[in-house]
Design a protein around this ligand. Structure first.
Ligand code: ATP
Ligand code: MG
Length: 379
């Protein structure tokens, strides 16, 4: 029978709150691997052990674990005898099909009461493998590493470690609302907040029926990918076309972009209230476009009281793209769509707005009415 052993890293640091993080991690793993043959998850000696039923979907489980935040690394492993003289034979049996000229043994004790030290185990197993296979011991660059883990009453062996995504378990960091556009940046921003333990509620503004439904379809696909990293929370689709029309009619063209953004944040803040969220998230990166100068970021954010967090603020476009490719959102983000921001975009948006001027321009708008228009038609 096989098992996965999951190692968490950072959550060890959380002192008395540790059990909250571990319990949440267990809950998230249960959710992510539901129906794949995980019989039970046990917390033992600072690790999680997933006991598998016969015929469990090992590859699928592995894929899900690689997307579960809070996991440093994990291994697919076999349980072996607790007696070194027995398990050295078992290990030899399991590696007989592997081709290697050099190896090392790396034993670790999660249970310090074991009668041998890790080094004793390394030496005994190493000598046996060397003698039986003719391979050389190489401690620095071996072709094969044989890992042995000694826990209280259970011993395991494995050959390959799989990297986890790191971060903190989703759901331990509170709820945030992410403004998700369908572009490259905001999905990466959402991912980075999830990685820090947040549950992310998505809000998308579209211009249907003025423009096609393409942006909404993209956002659906993007949230499907992003929700592999958390237990899905609601996605809100909000009409923005009528709001843009009002803004175009009432405010000077150069201020439109900032005022669109201020309206988006205000509406998102209302949704945050409903969802119990404590912050708003955007994909802004400093200086990338006209709306992302320090001045415009300041005037935009002034429209709301909740903090607006921008996890990508100091990243280059190239770095953001590389991350989007790793997450799997890039291919969807680059599909051409009709983003609401392409509608009624002025030729020369102001890059250095000041709050007083923007507030004066907004006096011609019935802000509360515009917020209601979007909220009433949310779906
Ligand atoms: P992205 O790649 O995320 O679209 P961007 O580089 O195109 O970002 P902007 O279009 O200025 O930059 O948007 C800045 C941020 O404002 C976005 O990252 C997103 O958080 C938010 N935003 C923009 N348009 C929308 C929209 N239609 N719906 C929801 N949020 C939006
Ligand atoms: Mg965009």
């Amino acid at each position: 029978m096989k098992h996965f052993i999951v190692h968490y890293q950072e959550i060890v640091l959380k002192g008395k709150n540790r059990y909250i993080f571990v319990n949440k991690l267990i809950e998230n793993i249960k959710y992510a691997t539901a129906g794949l043959g995980v019989k039970q998850i046990r917390h033992k000696d600072g690790r999680l052990i997933l006991d598998l039923s016969a015929g469990a979907g090992e590859d699928m489980i592995s894929d899900r674990l690689s997307k579960t935040f809070g996991i440093a690394n994990f291994v697919l492993t076999r349980r072996i005898s607790n007696d070194v003289n027995v398990f050295k034979e078992e290990i030899l049996h399991h590696i007989k099909d592997r081709n290697f000229k050099s190896f090392r043994v790396s034993a670790r004790r999660g249970y310090k009461g074991y009668p041998l030290t890790s080094m004793d185990v390394d030496r005994i197993v190493g000598a046996h493998v060397k003698e039986s296979t003719g391979a050389k011991v190489n401690l620095t660059k071996p072709e094969l590493t044989i890992y042995v883990q000694i826990l209280s009453g259970e011993t395991y062996f494995y050959l390959d470690k799989i990297q986890g995504p790191g971060g903190l378990p989703a759901g331990t960091g509170g709820i945030v609302v992410c403004l998700l556009s369908g572009g490259i940046d905001s999905p990466v921003a959402a991912y980075r907040m999830m990685k820090r333990g947040c549950s992310v509620v998505f809000v998308h503004f579209h211009s249907y029926p003025y423009l096609s439904k393409a942006s909404q379809e993209k956002v659906q696909d993007l949230t499907e990918i992003l929700n592999q990293y958390q237990q899905p929370v609601k996605t809100y689709m909000l009409p923005f076309g009528d709001i843009q029309k009002e803004i175009v009619l009432s405010v000077p063209a150069k201020y439109r972009v900032v005022i669109y953004r201020r309206m988006m944040l205000r509406i998102a803040e209302r949704i945050a209230g409903e969802a119990g969220a404590l912050a708003l998230i955007t994909g802004d990166s400093l200086g990338q476009v006209a709306s992302q100068t320090l001045e415009n970021i300041t005037t935009t954010e002034h429209a709301v009281t909740l903090p607006v967090l921008r996890p990508l603020i100091g990243m280059d476009k190239g770095e953001i793209i590389a991350q989007a490719i790793r997450i799997g959102t890039y291919d969807i983000s680059i599909i051409p769509d009709q983003d609401c921001c392409q509608l009624f975009i002025p030729k020369n948006p102001a890059v250095r707005t000041i709050i007083r001027e923007i507030e004066r321009a907004e006096m011609r708008l019935d802000i509360e009415k515009l917020i209601k228009i979007a909220l009433v038609h949310a779906n």
